[in-house]
Design a protein around this ligand. Structure first.
Ligand code: GDP
Ligand code: IMO
Ligand code: MG
Length: 420
């Protein structure tokens, strides 16, 4: 049996915290896509840690963690992350496994990411520059190197061939930055990676499932950043949706039970691209400052706005979401009025679907207003004790989305979560 936790917006919904919270009920926690572009924040014993590639179950000693074949892995980042979790007393060598089919991010992928963004000028994606796009391009272009290739004698020859291909591309971009330090770090990190438990991920996970173990698949990014269904081209390069779990881990769709979708009580986006409910005013600043909305991976200020139910309903549809978790409810505590986008005005017509090429249309959000609850909720620990005005807000989401909000997160801490 497999349950999935994924983000329904443009990432940073609080997936790390929620996976860490739910991990106790599972045996295996597996990442199925994305790479070090992700930044999943956890608070463990009041210490903050940001995970990029390691699944967010790593702080539960008795759980198995798997980096699946659908991930693109940067060994340099992995080495740093491992040092971080080890400093918190975790023996990651014991319970962290990597699929041999996982593609590697090479230093030249990072350089190509940068070169590509520079060449785009005003149309840049706002990539995290971690080499994600170029690495997935080498995967679908059938050129990439995989973790399992490390164990091959001719790995270095394969590397050099690919390196030369990349050099020609970099020359075309007129990109001549010195990346020798990155390459040095990379080769050191490869030695570190060779020591890992590198497994055949698809047999590994299916054997666990067949023996009755429970798997939690942890999404990265969010549905609106999905390469097919997101706000293309302002998206990431992987399948961030529930379908990505099957191809990113090698499991059959019938194995998936619950799809737990995470949404903030409002909405954020980092990087370029359409964002119909964006607030470029004092309320937007308020959300950013109160919610500490600065990227976990890049530190960039996140764009902030009201919750967008048109986009959320779309995300629930394509993922088959069975339950919702609403995070950062506490960030709305200080607002007198709250708004919820219930439809889009596109060329004077009211629409309730996500259009093709959102970036080329003038979309105006149509809102429904709610009274703010104006009280601090961060120490509340039962649904009954939540302000009635928050319940009205939640009930509207339930009715609109036809998927129940089952949990409300009211603070970054591990235990700050309320069952509805
Ligand atoms: P992820 O990428 O989806 O894992 O999310 P990030 O870690 O990038 O960003 C979410 C941020 O919100 C982190 O700083 C979390 O510690 C914090 N967070 C998560 N849930 C809550 C919540 O309910 N309330 C508050 N105030 N912060 C939260
Ligand atoms: P988590 O897992 C928020 C965004 C980038 C950029 C676009 C493409 O922490 O939610 P990429 O580096 O993939 O080429 O960037 O996607 N992006 C994220 N935004 N959270 C993330 O991950 C993101 N990963 C990528 O800002 O707009
Ligand atoms: Mg994040």
């Amino acid at each position: 049996m497999v349950d999935v936790i994924l983000g329904l917006q443009w990432g940073d919904e609080g997936k790390g915290k929620i996976v860490d919270f739910f991990a106790k009920d599972y045996d295996v926690i597996a990442r199925f896509q994305g790479g070090p572009n992700a930044g999943h924040t956890l608070y463990v014993n009041n210490n903050k840690i940001v995970l990029h590639q390691i699944p967010s179950g790593i702080f539960h000693e008795d759980k198995t963690n798997l980096i699946g074949n659908g991930v693109v892995l940067d060994p340099v980042t992995l080495k740093k992350e491992c040092a971080g979790v080890a400093s918190m007393g975790v023996d990651y060598r014991k319970n962290l496994y990597i699929s041999e089919r996982t593609h590697l991010i090479l230093p030249t992928h990072r350089a190509l990411d940068k070169a590509s963004e520079l060449s785009k000028g005003h149309d840049k994606i706002g990539s995290t520059l971690k080499g994600i796009g170029p690495s997935y391009m080498d995967k679908t272009g059938r050129n990439g190197l995989r973790v399992g290739d490390l164990l091959d004698k001719n790995f270095t020859t394969q590397y050099i061939k690919l390196r030369m291909k990349h050099q020609r591309l970099l020359d075309n971009f007129n990109f001549h930055e010195d990346i020798s330090v990155w390459e040095e770090e990379f080769f050191e990190a490869l030695e570190f990676l060779r020591e890992f438990k590198i497994v055949n991920g698809e047999y590994f996970i299916n054997e666990k499932i067949s023996s009755g173990k429970k798997v939690l698949a942890e999404g990265a990014q969010g549905s609106m950043l999905d390469v097919d269904f997101g706000t293309f081209p302002f998206v990431t390069s992987s399948s961030t949706i529930s379908a990505g779990v099957c191809s990113g881990l090698g499991i059959a769709p019938q194995r998936i039970r619950e799809v737990i979708g995470i949404t903030k009580a409002y909405c954020t986006r980092v990087g370029s691209g359409p964002f119909p409910t964006e607030l470029l005013d004092a309320t937007g600043d308020y959300l950013r400052n109160t919610g500490n909305e600065f990227g976990s991976t890049t530190g960039r200020p996140r764009r902030c706005g009201w919750i967008d139910l048109v986009a959320l309903q779309f995300a629930c549809m394509i993922n088959g979401v069975t339950q919702l978790v609403m995070t950062k409810a506490d960030i709305l505590d200080g607002l007198d009025e709250l708004k919820v986008c219930r439809a889009y005005n596109i060329n004077g017509e009211e629409k309730n679907y996500v259009p093709f090429q959102m970036n080329r249309l003038n979309i105006e959000a149509i809102y429904k207003s709610f009274e703010g609850w104006n009280t601090s909720v961060s120490s509340i620990d039962s649904y009954a004790a939540l302000p009635e005005k928050m319940k009205t807000y939640i009930n509207y989401l339930n009715d609109y989305l036809k998927v129940p909000v089952k949990y409300i997160s009211n603070g970054p801490g591990r235990e700050q979560i309320i069952s509805a």
